[in-house]
Write a new protein. Structure first.
Length: 125
């Protein structure tokens, strides 16, 4: 997900208007809108201000992977939960899954060898 999309996501999750956020950044609404649409890049100072406003770490805006889970709240309709996952965490998870698969294959091979040994021991002489 691109930075400007994340900013919009966080802004909407905090129920803030573009005007509110623009005011906090010292911009007018159209200047902010061009940043949020990706036409103009956010400055580092603006990203720091946004992270404080959204009560998140600046790195949360810069992480590569954002996963969105849509849920239904029976009283109030739809709402979303946003979870940011760094690529390093995803890579570690995938490595652990691969290690688990290799371990299972090794255990299956050992079970097979043990079953063969049991058969040999139970053979009549």
């Amino acid at each position: 997900m691109k930075l400007h999309d994340k900013v919009k996501l966080y802004r909407e999750s905090k129920k803030l208007s573009q005007e509110n956020v623009a005011y906090k950044l010292g911009l007018n609404q159209s200047q902010y809108s061009r940043r949020e649409s990706g036409n103009i890049l956010f400055s580092v100072k603006e990203l720091e201000s946004l992270s404080k406003l959204f009560e998140i770490q600046t790195s949360d805006l810069l992480n590569d992977e954002t996963i969105i889970f849509n849920n239904k709240d029976q009283k109030r309709g739809n709402f979303g939960q946003y979870i940011t996952m760094p690529n390093e965490l995803i890579q570690q998870y995938e490595k652990r899954l691969q290690e688990k698969d290799e371990y299972i294959a090794t255990l299956k091979e050992q079970i097979s060898l043990l079953n063969e040994a049991i058969k040999e021991l139970n053979k009549p002489n």
